[in-house]
Each structure stands twice: as structure tokens, then as C-alpha cells.
Design a protein around this ligand. Structure first.
Ligand SMILES: *[C@@H]1O[C@H](CO)[C@@H](O)[C@H](O)[C@H]1NC(C)=O
Length: 135
């Protein structure tokens, strides 16, 4: 089936949920994100091993858990709202969840995966698992 290289090519439908406690001035204090590699800021890395170089090289200067060479859309969304980059829920070091959390992991699917990452190439942290983490 899909190899870890295949993860790079997986473009799965992504659910982006911005939970807002907004006022009339549209102040967005918090982002909670669910998804796959399109918005994974380090979830798969935290759970299954760090992304290798050169991912992150062009913006961060080192691998930072994104399957991208720079920032992701969720990074630009957070920045445009005046918020810091989202900490990934599965990371325990250097995180700060005061402005939300990111539950996305690369290779995630909407439907539950009944195989391991190495068997299927898909993250076992599917959408339902991400919502359980949120709960
Ligand atoms: C977490 O971020 C908030 C807002 O940026 C900041 O006020 C707080 O000091 C941070 N906490 C830690 C432990 O860094």
C-alpha cells in the first residue's frame, strides 16, 4: 500500500474547524484545527517520529513536523488573526494551548483506519480520534 513517501502525496479532504468565542469586533482568541497533512503542524511527528530534513527548511530553518517546506495555510490563518502558530495536541514539549490546539495528523482519513500506519500508510488518528482528543 502507500509508503511513508505516499503520505506526501495524500491530499485528503480536510476539515478545518475554527471554534470561536467572538465578539462584535470579530476577535478570534482561539483556533481548534482538525485535519491531515494540509494542516498538520507536528502531530504525526510527535506520535510516530520526527519529519526529516528538508521539511521546514525554507521558513523555519529546521524540521518542525510539517510535511511542507514552509508554513501551512493554518499558519497563515493563525498569523492573520494575530495568534501564534498552533501547538499540536500530541506534543508535550514546548506547547502552549492558550490560543487553541491542532489535532491534525498527516495521512489522516475521515473514516476510521483499522490498520497501523506502516500497514496502510494512513494515520490511525482519523477524524473521530481527533474529535475524541478534543473532547
Ligand atoms: C502561552 O501563551 C500566552 C499567550 O501568548 C502567554 O501569555 C503565556 O505566558 C504562555 N504560557 C507559557 C507557559 O509560555
Amino acid at each position: 500500500m502507500a509508503s511513508s513517501c505516499g503520505l506526501q502525496w495524500l491530499l485528503l479532504a480536510q476539515a478545518l474547524l475554527v471554534v470561536v468565542a467572538s465578539s462584535d469586533s470579530c476577535h478570534f482568541p482561539t483556533i481548534f484545527n482538525f485535519g491531515d497533512s494540509n494542516s498538520d503542524t507536528g502531530g504525526l511527528s510527535a506520535a510516530f517520529g520526527a519529519t526529516p530534513s528538508p521539511y521546514g527548511e525554507s521558513f523555519f530553518g529546521e524540521p518542525v513536523g510539517r510535511y511542507s517546506n514552509g508554513r501551512l495555510l493554518i499558519d497563515f490563518i493563525a498569523s492573520s488573526l494575530g495568534l501564534p502558530f498552533l501547538s499540536t495536541y500530541l506534543n508535550s514539549v514546548g506547547t502552549n494551548f492558550s490560543h487553541g490546539a491542532n489535532f491534525a495528523t498527516s495521512g489522516s482519513t475521515i473514516r476510521q483506519s483499522y490498520a497501523t500506519l506502516s500497514q496502510s500508510g494512513f494515520s490511525p488518528i482519523s477524524m473521530d480520534v481527533q474529535t475524541w482528543e478534543f473532547s
